[in-house]
Write a protein that binds this ligand. Structure first.
Ligand code: FRU
Length: 601
C-alpha cells in the first residue's frame, strides 16, 4: 500500500504544486537541486524502488550512490513520468541491503509527477496486463526486448538470452535478459544475466559451451560473447567482450581483460562464436558495416582475423547485423552445406529489417557463397529479424529463432507492459529447387506438444464464398490452422481471418503469379506507424496442391507454406481475436481437402 496522501486534485493544481514541497512516500524523500538534478534519500530499504514511466517523456538518468561512488557501470536511462504514468518498473535494491545509499536522478524537473508516484515496495506485480500477450511465444514479462542472444542448449534446457531494457518498454539500457524452456514453447524468466558496465551497454552476441576447457574457466563453462556499446560525447564505440558462467548460464563473471576485440570501425558487433571441429579451433563471426568478418581462436580469448565476406553479395540496403554460420543438412543426401545467416536493416523485401542467407562452403577461415547472384530471404513477412540458431542443440539440429518485429515500428507497437515477442522455434534444413539450395523452416516439433484440443472440418468445395465461424468456442486467439487445398481452376485462392469488429487478415494464393500474399492493412490497430499496414508476398513453387500451417497467437501470424519452403511472419493487433475463416474463390473454385484447427496452450 502506498503510504502517501496524493489526491487527484493535486494534479489540477499544476503550477501551484511546483511551489510546495513534494508529497512523497514516508520512507523516502527527494531533494531537488539546480539544473534538474535530484537526490532520492531512502530511510528504509525495501526490495524495489518502483519508478513511474511515461513513454513520451524525455530520458533522464539514474544511478545508485554509495560512499560517494556510482554503483551502476552505466547510469540507467529512464523516462520518468512528467504528467501521467504509463506503467511502473522496479529498480532492484536487494544488492544494497544494509548499506546507506541514495539515488541520483538527473534530467527530471522538480515539478514532474514522478516524485509523487515513486515508492518503495517489497513486491513488483508481474502478472499479465496485456491482451496482445502471446500464449506459446516467448516475450519478456515486462520491459523492452529485441534480438535473441546467446542461445545454447545444455542438460535438457534451452537457454535464451535477449536484448533487454528492464527500465521501460522502449529500446535502451541494453542488458541480457535470460529465459529458459524445456519445450521451446513455454519460457520461464530467469532475471537479468549480463548488465551494462564501464565498457558500455550489452549488445547482441552468443554463448558456447566450452566442453574441453579451452579457455581455462572450467570444463563445461558457458562462455558468452557480446558487444560492449559505449555511448560517448564523440559518438558510439563498439568492441567485443566476454563473460563466463559456471552455473549453467544463471550468473556470469566478466572476463578481466575485456574488451577482447577492438576496432576503429563504428558498426562492429554481434559476435557469433562456434567450434570448428575439423580445424580444432573456435570461429567468431562479426557484423562490421556491410560485411561479415571471420576470426579464429584456440582459446576463446585471443582472436585472429581470417577473412571478410559481403562485398557484391546479396542485399545491401542497410547495415549487416547479427551473423550466424551453421552447417545444415541437405535433404535427401548425406551432404551438409554451410549457411551464413545475415540480418540486415533496413533493406528487407517489404521495408525495414529482414534476414537473408548465403549457402556455400567454409574451411574454418573463409566462407564462399555458391550463388553470388541470388538473394535468398529466410522469411517473407515484415516481422522476422535478428534470426540466429541454438548452440549445442541436441541431435545435430539447427534450431533458429527470430525477433518478431521490425525496426520501422518496434518501439511503437500497441503494448505497454512489454514490447516485442520472438517467433516460434524453427528447424532449418536445405532443399534443392532447380540449381539452388534454399532453407526450409519447419516449426520445431516441440511446438506440437502445445496442442490442446482439435477441431476437424470435413472436406468442402469453395465456389464463391464459404465461411467457418467460431473457430473455437471461447477462442482466445492462440491456435494453429493446418490446411490442404486442391485447386480446381481458381486464379485466387483466398481466405481471411476475421473477427466480430470487421477486422481481417486477408491471405491468398495468386495462382498466376505463383505467390502467397498476406494483407494486414485492415487487421486491427495499424495506425501507430505508416509502415505497419502492409501487404507481403512470397514466391511459391506450385498452386495446384497447397499445404499451409498458420500459427496465430493473439498478435502474430506465422504462415509456413509448402512444408516450410516459405515462411511469412507478420504482427497483427486485432481488437478481439480472429475467430472466423472466410474462404473465397473465383472461376472453377477449389476444394479444402482438410482443415484442422488446433488450440495451443
Ligand atoms: C539488431 C541490433 C544489433 C545490436 C542490437 C542492439 O537488432 O541492432 O546489431 O547488437 O540490436 O540492441
Amino acid at each position: 500500500m502506498k503510504k502517501y496522501t496524493y489526491t487527484i486534485k493535486a494534479v489540477l493544481l499544476g503550477a501551484f504544486l511546483a511551489m510546495v514541497p513534494s508529497m512523497q512516500a514516508e520512507d523516502l524523500s527527494v531533494r531537488h537541486l539546480a539544473n534538474e538534478q535530484n537526490i532520492i534519500v531512502l530511510d528504509q530499504a525495501k526490495k524495489f524502488l518502483l519508478l513511474p514511466v511515461q513513454e513520451d517523456a524525455p530520458e533522464g538518468k539514474i544511478n545508485v550512490i554509495i560512499d560517494n561512488e556510482a554503483q551502476l557501470g552505466q547510469s540507467i536511462n529512464i523516462r520518468l513520468a512528467r504528467e501521467k504514468v504509463d506503467y511502473y518498473v522496479p529498480l532492484d535494491l536487494s544488492a544494497y541491503a544494509g548499506k546507506t545509499f541514495s539515488v541520483d536522478v538527473t534530467g527530471v524537473p522538480a515539478e514532474a509527477l514522478c516524485w509523487k508516484e515513486i515508492s518503495l515496495s517489497d513486491t513488483f506485480d508481474m502478472s499479465n496486463r496485456e491482451v496482445f500477450r502471446p500464449v506459446y511465444h516467448h516475450t519478456p514479462v515486462y520491459g523492452w526486448m529485441n534480438d535473441p542472444n546467446g542461445m545454447f542448449y545444455k542438460d535438457g534446457v534451452y537457454h535464451l538470452y535477449f536484448q533487454y531494457n528492464p527500465y521501460g518498454s522502449m529500446w535502451g539500457n541494453m542488458t541480457w535478459g535470460h529465459a529458459t524452456s524445456k519445450d521451446l514453447a513455454h519460457w520461464t524468466y530467469e532475471g537479468t544475466a549480463i548488465l551494462p558496465d564501464a565498457w558500455g551497454t550489452i549488445f547482441s552476441g552468443s554463448c558456447v559451451v566450452d566442453k574441453d576447457n579451452t579457455a581455462g574457466f572450467g570444463k563445461g563453462a558457458v562462455v558468452a560473447f557480446y558487444t560492449s556499446a559505449k555511448p560517448t560525447p564523440w559518438g558510439d564505440v563498439q568492441s567485443q567482450s566476454m563473460a563466463y558462467s559456471l552455473d549453467n548460464g544463471k550468473t556470469f563473471t566478466k572476463y578481466e581483460h575485456n574488451p577482447i576485440l577492438t576496432s576503429a570501425e563504428r558498426d562492429f558487433r554481434d559476435p557469433k562464436v562456434f567450434w570448428y571441429a575439423p580445424g580444432k579451433h573456435w570461429v567468431m563471426m562479426l557484423a562490421v558495416g556491410q560485411e561479415m568478418q571471420i576470426y579464429s581462436s584456440p582459446d576463446l580469448k585471443n582472436w585472429t582475423k581470417e577473412s571478410s565476406f559481403g562485398s557484391m553479395q546479396g542485399a545491401h540496403g542497410g547495415v549487416w547485423e547479427c551473423p550466424d554460420l551453421v552447417e545444415v543438412p541437405v535433404e535427401g543426401s548425406k551432404e551438409k552445406k554451410w549457411v551464413l545467416i545475415c540480418n540486415l536493416n533496413p533493406g528487407g523485401p517489404f521495408g525495414g529489417s529482414a534476414t537473408q542467407y548465403f549457402v556455400g562452403s567454409f574451411d574454418g577461415k573463409k566462407f564462399v557463397n555458391e550463388s553470388p547472384t541470388v538473394t535468398k530471404w529466410l522469411d517473407w513477412g515484415k516481422d522476422n529479424y535478428a534470426t540466429v540458431t541454438w548452440s549445442n542443440a541436441p541431435a545435430g539440429r539447427c534450431i533458429a529463432l527470430g525477433w518478431m518485429s521490425n525496426w520501422q515500428y518496434a518501439n511503437n507497437v500497441p503494448t505497454k507492459q512489454y514490447r516485442s515477442t520472438n517467433t516460434i522455434a524453427r528447424d532449418l534444413t536445405l532443399f534443392r529447387s532447380g540449381n539452388e539450395l534454399y532453407l526450409r523452416s519447419t516449426p520445431s516439433a516441440e511446438i506440437q506438444k502445445a496442442r490442446d484440443g482439435k477441431v476437424n472440418i470435413p472436406s468442402f468445395k469453395v465456389e464463391g464464398k464459404h465461411e467457418i465461424a467460431n473457430l473455437f468456442e471461447g477462442n482466445e486467439g492462440a491456435y494453429e490452422l493446418v490446411m490442404k487445398i486442391q485447386n480446381a481452376g481458381a486464379s485466387r485462392i483466398k481466405f481471411c481471418l476475421q473477427n466480430g469488429k470487421g477486422e481481417e487478415v486477408a491471405m491468398y494464393y495468386d495462382t498466376v503469379r505463383k505467390q502467397f500474399v498476406m494483407d494486414r492493412s485492415k487487421s486491427g490497430i495499424v495506425d501507430f506507424s505508416r509502415d505497419f499496414p502492409a501487404v507481403t508476398a512470397a514466391p511459391v513453387e506450385g498452386t495446384d496442391e497447397i499445404s499451409l500451417r498458420l500459427f496465430v497467437d493473439r498478435s502474430s501470424i506465422e504462415a509456413f507454406g509448402d512444408e516450410g519452403k516459405f515462411v511469412m511472419t507478420n504482427l497483427v493487433f486485432p481488437a478481439e481475436p480472429y475467430n472466423k475463416l472466410a474462404f473465397e474463390a473465383d472461376k472453377g473454385g477449389y476444394t479444402v481437402k482438410s482443415l484442422n484447427i488446433y488450440k495451443l496452450k
